[in-house]
Design a protein around this ligand. Structure first.
Ligand SMILES: Nc1ncnc2c1ncn2[C@@H]1O[C@H](COP(=O)(O)OP(=O)(O)OP(=O)(O)O)[C@@H](O)[C@H]1O
Ligand SMILES: [Mg+2]
Length: 490
Protein backbone atom coordinates (compact mmCIF):
# COMPACT_ATOMS: atom_id res chain seq x y z
CA UNK A 1 0.00 0.00 0.00
CA UNK A 2 2.96 2.30 0.33
CA UNK A 3 4.15 1.68 -3.17
CA UNK A 4 4.24 5.42 -3.88
CA UNK A 5 7.76 5.82 -2.56
CA UNK A 6 9.05 2.37 -3.30
CA UNK A 7 10.93 1.65 -6.44
CA UNK A 8 8.73 0.00 -9.01
CA UNK A 9 9.63 -3.48 -10.26
CA UNK A 10 11.50 -3.55 -13.56
CA UNK A 11 8.83 -5.53 -15.46
CA UNK A 12 5.84 -3.45 -16.48
CA UNK A 13 3.75 -6.65 -16.82
CA UNK A 14 3.57 -7.17 -13.10
CA UNK A 15 1.70 -4.10 -11.87
CA UNK A 16 1.50 -5.13 -8.23
CA UNK A 17 4.36 -3.78 -6.09
CA UNK A 18 7.03 -6.36 -5.59
CA UNK A 19 7.85 -7.21 -2.01
CA UNK A 20 11.15 -5.65 -1.07
CA UNK A 21 14.08 -8.02 -1.24
CA UNK A 22 14.52 -8.19 2.48
CA UNK A 23 16.39 -11.46 2.38
CA UNK A 24 19.48 -9.53 1.45
CA UNK A 25 19.33 -7.73 4.74
CA UNK A 26 18.82 -10.80 6.81
CA UNK A 27 21.87 -12.34 5.25
CA UNK A 28 24.02 -9.33 6.00
CA UNK A 29 22.76 -9.09 9.53
CA UNK A 30 23.34 -12.77 9.99
CA UNK A 31 26.97 -12.15 9.18
CA UNK A 32 27.26 -9.63 12.00
CA UNK A 33 25.11 -11.51 14.40
CA UNK A 34 25.37 -15.32 14.22
CA UNK A 35 22.01 -17.04 13.65
CA UNK A 36 20.11 -17.95 16.76
CA UNK A 37 17.07 -20.17 17.34
CA UNK A 38 13.85 -19.01 15.71
CA UNK A 39 12.73 -16.93 18.68
CA UNK A 40 15.51 -14.64 19.59
CA UNK A 41 15.65 -12.96 22.93
CA UNK A 42 14.78 -9.29 22.96
CA UNK A 43 17.70 -7.03 22.35
CA UNK A 44 17.25 -5.33 25.67
CA UNK A 45 16.86 -8.55 27.61
CA UNK A 46 19.88 -9.28 29.74
CA UNK A 47 21.28 -12.83 29.36
CA UNK A 48 21.03 -15.06 32.47
CA UNK A 49 23.88 -14.25 34.82
CA UNK A 50 26.70 -16.75 34.27
CA UNK A 51 27.95 -18.61 37.30
CA UNK A 52 31.33 -17.97 38.78
CA UNK A 53 33.45 -14.90 38.25
CA UNK A 54 33.72 -14.97 34.45
CA UNK A 55 34.50 -11.79 32.55
CA UNK A 56 30.93 -11.63 31.31
CA UNK A 57 29.68 -11.49 34.86
CA UNK A 58 31.84 -8.48 35.46
CA UNK A 59 30.53 -6.66 32.39
CA UNK A 60 29.27 -3.39 33.74
CA UNK A 61 25.89 -1.96 32.75
CA UNK A 62 27.85 0.66 30.80
CA UNK A 63 29.52 -2.10 28.75
CA UNK A 64 26.18 -3.72 28.03
CA UNK A 65 24.69 -0.41 27.05
CA UNK A 66 27.62 0.22 24.72
CA UNK A 67 27.27 -3.23 23.12
CA UNK A 68 23.57 -2.74 22.68
CA UNK A 69 24.17 0.63 21.07
CA UNK A 70 26.74 -0.90 18.75
CA UNK A 71 24.33 -3.60 17.71
CA UNK A 72 21.53 -1.10 17.16
CA UNK A 73 23.84 0.98 15.05
CA UNK A 74 24.74 -2.08 12.92
CA UNK A 75 21.07 -2.81 12.43
CA UNK A 76 20.49 0.79 11.52
CA UNK A 77 23.20 0.79 8.87
CA UNK A 78 21.75 -2.32 7.26
CA UNK A 79 18.22 -1.00 7.39
CA UNK A 80 19.34 2.28 5.94
CA UNK A 81 20.96 0.54 3.01
CA UNK A 82 17.80 -1.45 2.58
CA UNK A 83 15.76 1.75 2.50
CA UNK A 84 18.03 3.32 -0.08
CA UNK A 85 17.70 0.19 -2.21
CA UNK A 86 13.95 0.19 -1.92
CA UNK A 87 12.82 3.75 -1.87
CA UNK A 88 12.31 5.81 -4.95
CA UNK A 89 14.57 8.72 -4.07
CA UNK A 90 13.09 11.16 -6.53
CA UNK A 91 9.61 10.53 -5.15
CA UNK A 92 10.93 11.10 -1.63
CA UNK A 93 11.94 14.64 -2.50
CA UNK A 94 8.32 15.72 -2.54
CA UNK A 95 6.97 13.22 -0.05
CA UNK A 96 5.02 14.48 2.94
CA UNK A 97 6.88 13.85 6.17
CA UNK A 98 4.12 11.74 7.67
CA UNK A 99 3.75 9.55 4.56
CA UNK A 100 7.46 8.96 4.40
CA UNK A 101 7.64 8.13 8.09
CA UNK A 102 4.83 5.60 7.69
CA UNK A 103 6.63 4.07 4.75
CA UNK A 104 9.95 3.90 6.56
CA UNK A 105 8.31 2.40 9.63
CA UNK A 106 6.69 -0.26 7.44
CA UNK A 107 9.89 -1.20 5.65
CA UNK A 108 11.86 -1.19 8.89
CA UNK A 109 9.43 -3.36 10.76
CA UNK A 110 9.23 -5.85 7.90
CA UNK A 111 13.01 -6.01 7.90
CA UNK A 112 13.20 -6.34 11.67
CA UNK A 113 10.66 -9.15 11.58
CA UNK A 114 12.69 -10.91 8.93
CA UNK A 115 15.77 -10.59 11.07
CA UNK A 116 13.93 -11.76 14.13
CA UNK A 117 15.05 -8.65 16.01
CA UNK A 118 12.69 -7.40 18.66
CA UNK A 119 12.99 -3.83 19.88
CA UNK A 120 11.07 -2.05 22.55
CA UNK A 121 8.89 0.89 21.66
CA UNK A 122 11.41 3.60 22.47
CA UNK A 123 14.14 1.85 20.55
CA UNK A 124 11.89 1.39 17.57
CA UNK A 125 10.86 5.03 17.64
CA UNK A 126 14.46 6.18 17.88
CA UNK A 127 15.43 3.83 15.06
CA UNK A 128 12.64 5.07 12.82
CA UNK A 129 13.58 8.68 13.51
CA UNK A 130 17.24 7.96 12.75
CA UNK A 131 16.29 6.22 9.53
CA UNK A 132 14.08 9.12 8.56
CA UNK A 133 16.92 11.53 9.29
CA UNK A 134 19.25 9.46 7.13
CA UNK A 135 16.90 9.26 4.20
CA UNK A 136 15.43 12.72 4.24
CA UNK A 137 17.83 14.75 6.32
CA UNK A 138 21.44 14.91 7.34
CA UNK A 139 21.75 11.74 9.41
CA UNK A 140 23.50 12.15 12.75
CA UNK A 141 23.64 15.92 12.28
CA UNK A 142 19.88 16.20 12.11
CA UNK A 143 19.09 16.20 15.86
CA UNK A 144 21.87 18.75 16.43
CA UNK A 145 20.52 20.99 13.69
CA UNK A 146 17.09 20.79 15.31
CA UNK A 147 18.39 21.55 18.79
CA UNK A 148 17.91 25.29 19.29
CA UNK A 149 20.45 25.41 22.10
CA UNK A 150 23.23 24.38 19.76
CA UNK A 151 24.98 27.32 18.07
CA UNK A 152 27.87 25.61 16.33
CA UNK A 153 28.43 22.04 15.16
CA UNK A 154 32.04 21.03 14.64
CA UNK A 155 32.92 17.66 13.16
CA UNK A 156 36.49 16.36 13.33
CA UNK A 157 36.33 13.14 11.36
CA UNK A 158 33.55 10.59 11.72
CA UNK A 159 34.03 9.80 15.39
CA UNK A 160 34.08 13.28 16.91
CA UNK A 161 31.26 15.78 16.87
CA UNK A 162 31.54 18.81 19.12
CA UNK A 163 28.77 21.29 19.72
CA UNK A 164 28.73 24.73 21.23
CA UNK A 165 26.03 25.39 23.80
CA UNK A 166 25.97 28.53 25.96
CA UNK A 167 29.37 29.52 24.69
CA UNK A 168 30.95 26.20 25.73
CA UNK A 169 32.25 23.48 23.44
CA UNK A 170 31.36 19.93 24.40
CA UNK A 171 31.95 16.56 22.79
CA UNK A 172 28.73 14.71 21.93
CA UNK A 173 28.26 10.94 21.89
CA UNK A 174 26.93 11.19 18.36
CA UNK A 175 29.15 9.72 15.65
CA UNK A 176 29.08 8.82 11.98
CA UNK A 177 29.44 5.19 11.05
CA UNK A 178 32.69 5.87 9.20
CA UNK A 179 34.33 8.40 6.91
CA UNK A 180 32.24 7.24 3.96
CA UNK A 181 29.07 7.95 5.89
CA UNK A 182 30.35 11.42 6.80
CA UNK A 183 31.36 12.11 3.19
CA UNK A 184 27.96 11.02 1.99
CA UNK A 185 26.28 13.54 4.30
CA UNK A 186 28.71 16.30 3.27
CA UNK A 187 28.00 15.50 -0.34
CA UNK A 188 24.27 15.63 0.31
CA UNK A 189 24.63 19.07 1.91
CA UNK A 190 26.82 20.65 -0.74
CA UNK A 191 25.07 19.15 -3.75
CA UNK A 192 21.79 20.56 -2.43
CA UNK A 193 23.29 24.05 -2.77
CA UNK A 194 24.83 23.32 -6.16
CA UNK A 195 28.41 22.88 -5.00
CA UNK A 196 30.88 20.06 -5.15
CA UNK A 197 33.54 18.78 -2.85
CA UNK A 198 35.98 15.99 -3.64
CA UNK A 199 39.68 15.25 -3.74
CA UNK A 200 40.38 17.80 -6.44
CA UNK A 201 38.19 20.42 -4.82
CA UNK A 202 38.67 19.56 -1.17
CA UNK A 203 36.99 22.42 0.64
CA UNK A 204 33.76 24.29 0.36
CA UNK A 205 32.17 27.25 2.07
CA UNK A 206 28.45 27.57 1.60
CA UNK A 207 25.20 28.81 3.00
CA UNK A 208 22.62 26.12 3.59
CA UNK A 209 19.04 26.57 2.50
CA UNK A 210 18.03 27.34 6.11
CA UNK A 211 20.65 30.11 6.23
CA UNK A 212 23.24 28.23 8.29
CA UNK A 213 26.87 28.79 7.45
CA UNK A 214 28.61 25.61 6.34
CA UNK A 215 32.27 24.84 5.77
CA UNK A 216 33.80 21.47 4.98
CA UNK A 217 37.25 20.21 4.17
CA UNK A 218 37.73 16.63 3.09
CA UNK A 219 40.76 14.28 2.94
CA UNK A 220 43.55 14.28 1.98
CA UNK A 221 43.75 17.92 3.06
CA UNK A 222 41.84 17.07 6.22
CA UNK A 223 44.25 14.50 7.61
CA UNK A 224 42.13 12.52 10.09
CA UNK A 225 38.83 12.58 8.28
CA UNK A 226 36.60 15.32 7.01
CA UNK A 227 36.29 18.53 8.98
CA UNK A 228 32.94 20.26 9.07
CA UNK A 229 31.90 23.49 10.77
CA UNK A 230 28.33 24.69 10.87
CA UNK A 231 27.24 28.01 12.38
CA UNK A 232 23.55 27.55 12.79
CA UNK A 233 21.23 30.21 11.57
CA UNK A 234 19.04 31.64 14.27
CA UNK A 235 15.64 32.59 12.95
CA UNK A 236 15.14 34.78 15.96
CA UNK A 237 18.23 36.96 15.99
CA UNK A 238 19.11 38.37 19.36
CA UNK A 239 17.96 41.96 19.59
CA UNK A 240 19.26 44.80 21.73
CA UNK A 241 16.89 43.90 24.57
CA UNK A 242 17.93 40.23 24.51
CA UNK A 243 21.58 41.20 24.63
CA UNK A 244 20.96 43.52 27.57
CA UNK A 245 19.00 40.74 29.28
CA UNK A 246 21.85 38.27 28.71
CA UNK A 247 24.29 40.74 30.22
CA UNK A 248 26.16 41.38 26.97
CA UNK A 249 25.96 45.09 27.77
CA UNK A 250 23.88 47.46 29.90
CA UNK A 251 20.86 49.61 29.18
CA UNK A 252 23.05 52.69 29.51
CA UNK A 253 25.41 51.34 26.88
CA UNK A 254 22.41 50.57 24.69
CA UNK A 255 21.27 54.20 24.99
CA UNK A 256 24.71 55.39 24.01
CA UNK A 257 24.84 52.97 21.05
CA UNK A 258 21.40 54.07 19.94
CA UNK A 259 22.61 57.66 19.84
CA UNK A 260 25.76 56.62 18.01
CA UNK A 261 23.99 54.66 15.30
CA UNK A 262 21.14 57.13 14.89
CA UNK A 263 23.53 60.04 14.51
CA UNK A 264 25.33 58.12 11.78
CA UNK A 265 28.64 57.40 13.41
CA UNK A 266 30.67 54.82 11.51
CA UNK A 267 30.91 51.77 13.71
CA UNK A 268 33.25 48.80 13.69
CA UNK A 269 32.39 45.77 15.76
CA UNK A 270 35.62 44.01 16.60
CA UNK A 271 36.02 40.59 18.19
CA UNK A 272 37.43 37.08 18.04
CA UNK A 273 35.87 34.13 16.29
CA UNK A 274 32.35 33.38 17.50
CA UNK A 275 32.46 36.30 19.93
CA UNK A 276 29.11 37.66 18.75
CA UNK A 277 30.23 40.23 16.18
CA UNK A 278 27.55 39.49 13.62
CA UNK A 279 24.91 39.31 16.35
CA UNK A 280 25.99 42.68 17.71
CA UNK A 281 26.08 44.25 14.25
CA UNK A 282 22.62 42.93 13.56
CA UNK A 283 21.30 44.27 16.86
CA UNK A 284 22.92 47.69 16.28
CA UNK A 285 21.32 47.90 12.86
CA UNK A 286 17.92 48.00 14.57
CA UNK A 287 18.68 51.62 15.51
CA UNK A 288 18.77 52.65 11.86
CA UNK A 289 15.76 54.65 10.80
CA UNK A 290 13.26 52.80 8.67
CA UNK A 291 13.36 55.49 5.99
CA UNK A 292 17.01 54.80 5.09
CA UNK A 293 18.21 52.71 2.20
CA UNK A 294 20.61 50.10 3.52
CA UNK A 295 22.81 47.82 1.44
CA UNK A 296 24.42 44.80 3.08
CA UNK A 297 27.40 42.91 1.72
CA UNK A 298 28.47 39.58 3.15
CA UNK A 299 30.42 36.48 2.23
CA UNK A 300 27.62 34.42 3.73
CA UNK A 301 24.36 36.29 4.14
CA UNK A 302 23.64 36.16 7.87
CA UNK A 303 22.35 39.62 8.73
CA UNK A 304 18.62 40.04 9.17
CA UNK A 305 17.74 43.67 9.07
CA UNK A 306 14.30 44.72 10.16
CA UNK A 307 14.03 47.81 7.96
CA UNK A 308 11.88 47.88 4.84
CA UNK A 309 14.45 49.26 2.48
CA UNK A 310 17.28 46.75 2.47
CA UNK A 311 19.32 45.39 -0.46
CA UNK A 312 21.32 42.28 0.37
CA UNK A 313 24.39 41.08 -1.51
CA UNK A 314 26.43 37.93 -1.08
CA UNK A 315 29.87 37.47 -2.60
CA UNK A 316 30.63 34.35 -4.59
CA UNK A 317 33.81 32.29 -4.77
CA UNK A 318 35.27 31.19 -8.09
CA UNK A 319 33.90 28.01 -9.63
CA UNK A 320 35.93 24.87 -10.27
CA UNK A 321 37.55 26.42 -13.34
CA UNK A 322 38.55 29.43 -11.27
CA UNK A 323 36.00 31.69 -12.92
CA UNK A 324 32.99 33.71 -11.88
CA UNK A 325 34.22 35.04 -8.55
CA UNK A 326 32.41 38.12 -7.25
CA UNK A 327 34.29 39.48 -4.26
CA UNK A 328 33.00 41.63 -1.41
CA UNK A 329 35.02 44.42 -2.98
CA UNK A 330 33.15 44.02 -6.29
CA UNK A 331 29.85 44.16 -4.40
CA UNK A 332 30.97 47.18 -2.41
CA UNK A 333 32.09 49.11 -5.49
CA UNK A 334 28.83 48.37 -7.15
CA UNK A 335 26.90 49.26 -4.00
CA UNK A 336 28.34 52.75 -4.11
CA UNK A 337 26.52 53.26 -7.41
CA UNK A 338 23.25 52.09 -5.91
CA UNK A 339 22.47 55.18 -3.88
CA UNK A 340 22.83 53.69 -0.43
CA UNK A 341 22.23 55.71 2.74
CA UNK A 342 24.24 53.20 4.69
CA UNK A 343 26.45 50.29 3.78
CA UNK A 344 26.93 47.34 6.07
CA UNK A 345 29.74 44.91 5.33
CA UNK A 346 29.32 41.68 7.30
CA UNK A 347 33.04 41.27 7.88
CA UNK A 348 35.90 43.28 6.44
CA UNK A 349 38.77 40.92 5.88
CA UNK A 350 40.60 41.91 2.74
CA UNK A 351 41.03 44.39 -0.04
CA UNK A 352 37.47 45.70 0.34
CA UNK A 353 38.80 47.62 3.34
CA UNK A 354 39.92 50.51 1.16
CA UNK A 355 36.52 50.96 -0.45
CA UNK A 356 34.84 50.58 2.93
CA UNK A 357 36.93 53.37 4.44
CA UNK A 358 36.37 55.56 1.41
CA UNK A 359 32.64 54.98 1.61
CA UNK A 360 32.69 55.90 5.29
CA UNK A 361 34.63 59.05 4.43
CA UNK A 362 32.51 60.12 1.52
CA UNK A 363 28.93 60.55 2.44
CA UNK A 364 27.93 57.08 3.48
CA UNK A 365 28.47 57.78 7.13
CA UNK A 366 26.58 55.57 9.45
CA UNK A 367 28.13 52.56 7.80
CA UNK A 368 29.11 49.53 9.82
CA UNK A 369 31.22 46.43 9.62
CA UNK A 370 32.90 43.83 11.78
CA UNK A 371 36.55 42.97 11.97
CA UNK A 372 38.48 40.11 13.51
CA UNK A 373 40.59 41.66 16.27
CA UNK A 374 41.20 41.41 19.99
CA UNK A 375 40.98 45.04 21.03
CA UNK A 376 40.18 48.45 19.63
CA UNK A 377 43.89 49.15 19.05
CA UNK A 378 44.28 45.79 17.43
CA UNK A 379 41.31 46.52 15.17
CA UNK A 380 43.07 49.65 13.91
CA UNK A 381 46.29 47.71 13.28
CA UNK A 382 44.29 45.10 11.39
CA UNK A 383 42.84 47.85 9.20
CA UNK A 384 46.35 49.18 8.56
CA UNK A 385 47.55 45.69 7.65
CA UNK A 386 44.66 45.05 5.35
CA UNK A 387 45.35 48.29 3.52
CA UNK A 388 49.02 47.34 3.15
CA UNK A 389 48.08 43.84 1.95
CA UNK A 390 45.69 45.27 -0.60
CA UNK A 391 48.77 46.79 -2.24
CA UNK A 392 47.89 50.40 -1.53
CA UNK A 393 51.10 52.35 -1.37
CA UNK A 394 50.40 55.17 1.01
CA UNK A 395 52.55 56.56 3.80
CA UNK A 396 51.52 55.12 7.16
CA UNK A 397 50.50 58.52 8.45
CA UNK A 398 48.12 59.01 5.54
CA UNK A 399 46.68 55.54 6.08
CA UNK A 400 46.11 56.34 9.72
CA UNK A 401 44.56 59.69 8.93
CA UNK A 402 42.19 57.92 6.58
CA UNK A 403 41.22 55.42 9.29
CA UNK A 404 40.89 58.10 11.95
CA UNK A 405 38.50 60.14 9.89
CA UNK A 406 36.50 57.14 8.67
CA UNK A 407 35.99 55.20 11.89
CA UNK A 408 34.17 56.80 14.81
CA UNK A 409 33.48 53.96 17.16
CA UNK A 410 34.92 50.53 17.89
CA UNK A 411 32.78 48.12 19.83
CA UNK A 412 34.75 45.17 21.16
CA UNK A 413 32.87 41.88 21.54
CA UNK A 414 34.39 38.99 23.41
CA UNK A 415 33.62 35.43 24.40
CA UNK A 416 34.96 35.10 27.90
CA UNK A 417 36.40 31.93 29.36
CA UNK A 418 33.12 30.99 31.07
CA UNK A 419 31.38 31.04 27.69
CA UNK A 420 29.58 34.34 28.27
CA UNK A 421 29.65 36.85 25.44
CA UNK A 422 30.04 40.47 26.39
CA UNK A 423 30.75 43.82 24.89
CA UNK A 424 33.96 44.35 26.79
CA UNK A 425 34.74 47.81 25.53
CA UNK A 426 33.29 50.74 23.60
CA UNK A 427 35.99 53.02 22.28
CA UNK A 428 35.73 56.30 20.41
CA UNK A 429 38.25 57.28 17.75
CA UNK A 430 38.93 60.93 18.40
CA UNK A 431 41.46 61.87 15.71
CA UNK A 432 45.20 61.95 15.24
CA UNK A 433 47.93 63.01 17.60
CA UNK A 434 51.10 63.30 15.53
CA UNK A 435 51.49 59.91 13.86
CA UNK A 436 49.16 58.10 16.21
CA UNK A 437 45.43 57.56 16.09
CA UNK A 438 43.96 58.80 19.34
CA UNK A 439 41.16 56.92 21.02
CA UNK A 440 39.23 57.03 24.26
CA UNK A 441 37.40 54.20 25.95
CA UNK A 442 33.93 55.22 27.11
CA UNK A 443 32.59 51.97 28.56
CA UNK A 444 34.30 48.79 29.63
CA UNK A 445 33.62 45.50 31.34
CA UNK A 446 35.54 45.26 34.57
CA UNK A 447 36.33 41.75 35.76
CA UNK A 448 36.68 41.37 39.49
CA UNK A 449 36.91 37.65 40.10
CA UNK A 450 35.72 34.13 39.51
CA UNK A 451 33.03 32.10 41.33
CA UNK A 452 33.85 28.56 42.48
CA UNK A 453 31.89 27.39 39.42
CA UNK A 454 34.31 29.32 37.21
CA UNK A 455 31.75 31.98 36.31
CA UNK A 456 33.30 35.36 35.77
CA UNK A 457 32.26 38.06 38.21
CA UNK A 458 32.38 41.61 36.96
CA UNK A 459 30.45 44.70 36.01
CA UNK A 460 30.17 47.22 33.25
CA UNK A 461 31.32 50.70 33.94
CA UNK A 462 31.66 54.01 32.19
CA UNK A 463 35.23 55.22 32.27
CA UNK A 464 34.24 58.73 33.27
CA UNK A 465 35.37 60.47 30.08
CA UNK A 466 32.95 62.76 28.32
CA UNK A 467 31.93 61.50 24.92
CA UNK A 468 33.79 63.07 22.04
CA UNK A 469 30.48 63.08 20.20
CA UNK A 470 28.39 64.79 22.92
CA UNK A 471 27.79 67.87 20.81
CA UNK A 472 26.80 65.79 17.83
CA UNK A 473 24.40 63.76 19.95
CA UNK A 474 22.87 66.96 21.29
CA UNK A 475 22.51 68.48 17.86
CA UNK A 476 20.66 65.41 16.67
CA UNK A 477 18.36 65.56 19.68
CA UNK A 478 19.95 62.84 21.79
CA UNK A 479 20.43 64.36 25.20
CA UNK A 480 22.20 61.58 27.00
CA UNK A 481 22.11 62.11 30.77
CA UNK A 482 25.47 62.94 32.34
CA UNK A 483 25.12 59.99 34.78
CA UNK A 484 25.47 57.70 31.81
CA UNK A 485 29.15 58.52 31.68
CA UNK A 486 29.81 58.25 35.40
CA UNK A 487 31.89 55.29 36.57
CA UNK A 488 30.28 52.37 38.39
CA UNK A 489 29.85 52.86 42.14
CA UNK A 490 29.73 49.61 44.07
N1 LIG B 1 25.49 37.94 24.00
C1 LIG B 1 25.21 36.72 23.57
N2 LIG B 1 24.64 35.85 24.40
C2 LIG B 1 24.38 34.61 24.00
N3 LIG B 1 24.62 34.14 22.76
C3 LIG B 1 25.18 34.96 21.88
C4 LIG B 1 25.50 36.31 22.24
N4 LIG B 1 26.07 36.89 21.17
C5 LIG B 1 26.10 35.95 20.20
N5 LIG B 1 25.55 34.81 20.62
C6 LIG B 1 25.44 33.57 19.84
O1 LIG B 1 26.77 33.14 19.57
C7 LIG B 1 26.89 32.60 18.27
C8 LIG B 1 28.00 33.30 17.53
O2 LIG B 1 27.65 34.63 17.31
P1 LIG B 1 28.04 35.43 16.00
O3 LIG B 1 27.73 34.67 14.78
O4 LIG B 1 27.44 36.78 16.15
O5 LIG B 1 29.62 35.50 16.22
P2 LIG B 1 30.74 36.07 15.25
O6 LIG B 1 31.72 36.77 16.12
O7 LIG B 1 30.11 36.85 14.15
O8 LIG B 1 31.36 34.72 14.71
P3 LIG B 1 32.32 34.49 13.43
O9 LIG B 1 33.68 34.96 13.86
O10 LIG B 1 32.30 33.02 13.24
O11 LIG B 1 31.73 35.28 12.30
C9 LIG B 1 25.53 32.78 17.61
O12 LIG B 1 24.88 31.54 17.62
C10 LIG B 1 24.82 33.78 18.49
O13 LIG B 1 23.43 33.55 18.54
MG1 LIG C 1 30.24 36.63 12.10
Amino acid sequence: MFSRYRKQPASPVDASPAPPPLNKVSKKIAAIDPPKPAHRPKVDKAPPPPRGGSAAARATPADKERKRKERLSEIKVQLHKELLDNLNLSAIENAAESDLKTEITAIASEALNEMGVVLNRDERQALNQDLFDEVKGLGPLEPLLKDDNVNDILVNGPQQIFVERDGKLTLTDITFKDERHLLRIIDKIVSAVGRRVDESNPYVDARLSDGSRFNAMVPPIAVDGSLVSIRKFKKEKLGINDLVKFGAFTEEMALYLEAAVSTRLNVIVSGGTGSGKTTTLNALSSFIDNSERILTIEDTAELQLQQTHVGRMESRPANVEGKGAVTQRDCLRNALRMRPDRIIVGETRGEEVIDMLQAMNTGHDGSMTTIHANSARDAVSRLENMIAMAGIEMPLKAVRAQIASAVHLIVQASRLQDGSRRMVSITEVTGMEGEVISMQEVFRYQRVGLTPENKIVGHFTATGVRSHFSERFKMWGYNLPAELFEPFQP
